[in-house]
Write a protein that binds this ligand. Structure first.
Ligand code: NAP
Length: 353
């Protein structure tokens, strides 16, 4: 049995789902892959619980319960980098470091983990979407896995990896990469005002606490940038044109102020919906990248197209030329995202440790 120490940075929605899945998957991982994941540290933004021998399942489930109550994981902890150094001093080997925060600036932690010959699994997209020179070290790195950064657990990264490994050059990538924006677009189809659709998406927990995180398109931009960079295009932010669904005047408002002001966008978006409808089309928030250039924004597509109602990602390649290879199905949600992280952890151990 391989004993694999695991450290989690992030104990929010995905982190809690991951802890539950590690506990519930113990016998499967033991019988199927002969792996025992020993979670040695769980960190939220400021606190942690740490035991180099591994936290017990009861301790892990207690952490999930604490976070659900809005409490901290445990005791105040050192900085992220220092936290990793504490683990290294404990002499742990074959460690899997998991970044399931949405935090910026974790590059030094990932670099240190790789220097220690640890494996790194991320659902956090940020390190992959920074300036290309720094970010390129993390793409196609044998010790880095990041399935859940795109497609919320659907096997998107694995599929692209397979295409690249099988020498089938990818020429074009397209998709509806945001479940939140997909929901809002489907509400617009039904004649619902944009502001009402945004309010409903927020009320149902589909948006980030600040819906502008979704509406601004940056999250979708990061996803398509990850796929494009994996494919070998040295994409910079300036290579991807992003259409924000809110205007610059609304950028500096507080969240309640924004929610009150978002109806100012209803008329303009309503006109676009009506124009599309008159042409038998619907609006969808699409990401597209080809030949090292990309666009992210609202596009009108035929209402009768199968793609109108799919959360999909497609790859057009030499082999999949006249008919693109598509991955589609339910995307995102904390359980599926955490499942993608578990799959990456197993894959890392199988291939590297
Ligand atoms: N939710 C989804 O369906 C989904 C789908 C695909 C990908 N993802 C990605 O998965 C990641 C996690 O999402 P989530 O929904 O679980 O977010 P979340 O609920 O906001 O949880 C984030 C966690 O990270 C912790 N954190 C924040 N800054 C940190 C730092 N500097 N160092 C260590 N921990 C830090 C937070 O600590 P506190 O608890 O102290 O605030 C919290 O525990 C994000 O990158 C997200 O984009 C999520």
């Amino acid at each position: 049995m391989k004993q694999i120490p695991v450290i989690l940075f992030g104990a929010g929605g995905v982190g809690s789902a991951l802890l539950r899945q590690i506990v519930n998957g113990r016998s499967l991982h033991q019988t199927r892959n002969q792996i025992q994941f020993n979670v040695v540290a769980v960190c939220d933004s400021r606190t942690w619980q740490f035991d180099p021998a591994g936290l017990s399942d009861q301790q892990l489930l207690d952490i999930v319960a604490r976070k659900a109550q809005g409490e901290a994981v445990g005791e105040k902890r050192p900085s992220n980098l220092e936290t990793l150094n504490v683990l290294a001093s404990a002499g742990l080997e074959n460690v899997v470091v998991v970044d399931i925060t949405a935090a910026d600036g974790l590059e030094p932690v990932v670099d240190r983990a790789l220097a220690l010959d640890y494996g790194v699994v991320l659902a956090n997209k940020k390190i992959f979407a920074g300036p290309f020179d720094g970010a390129q070290n993390y793409f196609n790195n044998p010790r880095v896995r990041h399935e859940s950064t795109v497609g919320g657990g659907q096997p998107v990264i694995a599929t692209l990896r397979y295409l690249l490994d099988s020498n089938d050059p990818v020429h074009e990538i397209e998709g509806q990469l945001s479940g939140t924006l997909g929901f809002i677009c489907q509400q617009l189809d039904k004649g619902v005002a944009f502001s009402t659709a945004v309010a409903e998406a927020k009320a149902r927990g589909f948006t980030e606490p600040d819906p502008r995180e979704d509406l601004g398109g940056m999250d979708v931009m990061r996803k398509v940038m990850i796929l494009g960079r994996m494919n070998g295009w040295p994409l910079q932010t300036s290579d991807i044109e992003v259409e924000s669904l809110y205007t610059p005047e609304l950028a500096d408002l507080t969240v309640p102020e924004f929610m009150a002001a978002v109806s100012s966008l209803d008329k303009a978006i309503g006109q676009r919906v009506a124009e599309a409808k008159a042409n038998g089309q619907v609006l969808r928030y699409l990401a597209h990248v080809q030949d090292g250039k990309g666009t992210v924004g609202l596009k009108a597509i035929p209402a009768s197209s199968g793609l109108a109602n799919l959360k999909y990602i497609s790859f057009r390649t030499d082999n999949y030329n006249d008919e693109a290879l598509m991955i589609c199905g339910k995307g995102a949600g904390v359980e599926m995202t955490a499942a993608g992280v578990v799959g990456d952890m197993v894959d890392l151990v199988r291939e590297v440790f």
